[in-house]
Design a binder for this molecule. Structure first.
Ligand code: AMP
Length: 212
């Protein structure tokens, strides 16, 4: 099974993909995580991507599509992938359909998670990530047991550079303009499931699970 998690910044895609990964054993492919890792290691891709990420703009399609093509051709992607943060526009979605069709596979379901703008800003600005395993936390809604330390692996938590309010607002605007049209794109393909990010993490997770 291949699924896409669609939704604006701060809606909880990272948290839900972690739970889904444990449940479904699909490869969790987050383009944001891969790009942040490249920025940290100062690779050629990281150097090219950083300025776009700092502004909250989309990294150019050709860089992202090459990265995805390379990643889904590896053995650990064969039994299914959960795409998180990709595709981000119609061009990427069409490229993905073509890549998967060349591999005799397809997207089975697209889960669109939505929430109002104040919730998104609050969640993104209060988010903290683990430096070691990338597990997401929230300073108020989902704090770690020990301040600033990951419950899972004991590494330090960090605040993403692009999780400040100004950049989050730009990321939401970019989402509305470039990514939201994918909702109709996948509705027309009859693959779309709509999930409201209301209630606690478990409730949203159960709603997603029931929809699959
Ligand atoms: P995310 O962790 O998904 O919020 O992504 C963080 C940043 O990485 C975004 O604001 C973009 O600058 C970049 N990015 C991640 N995925 C993509 C993508 N599929 N296409 C273009 N840029 C992306």
């Amino acid at each position: 099974m291949n699924i896409i998690l669609l939704g604006p910044p701060g809606v909880g895609k990272g948290t839900q993909s972690e739970l889904l990964h444990n449940e479904l054993k699909l490869l969790h492919l987050s383009t944001g995580d891969i790009l942040r890792d490249n920025v940290k290691r100062n690779t050629e891709l990281g150097k090219k991507a950083k300025e776009y990420m700092d502004r909250g703009d989309l990294v150019p399609d050709e860089l992202i599509i090459d990265l995805i093509r390379d990643r889904i051709s590896k053995d650990d992607a064969k039994s299914g992938v959960m795409f998180d943060g990709f595709p981000r526009n119609i061009n990427q979605a069409k490229a993905l359909d073509n890549m998967l069709s060349d591999m005799n596979t397809k997207i089975d379901k697209v889960i669109n998670i939505f929430a109002d703008i104040n919730t998104l800003i609050d969640r993104a600005v209060g988010r903290r990530l683990c430096r070691g395993c990338q597990k997401p936390y929230h300073i108020k809604n989902n704090p770690p047991k020990k301040e600033n330390i990951c419950d899972e692996c004991g590494s330090e938590l960090f605040h993403r550079d692009d999780d400040n309010e100004e950049t989050v607002r730009n990321r939401i605007a970019v989402y509305t303009e470039s990514t939201e049209p994918l909702v109709n794109f996948y509705k027309e393909q009859e693959k779309l499931v709509q999930i409201e990010a209301k209630g606690d993490v478990k409730t949203v997770f159960n709603n997603i699970k029931n929809s699959l």
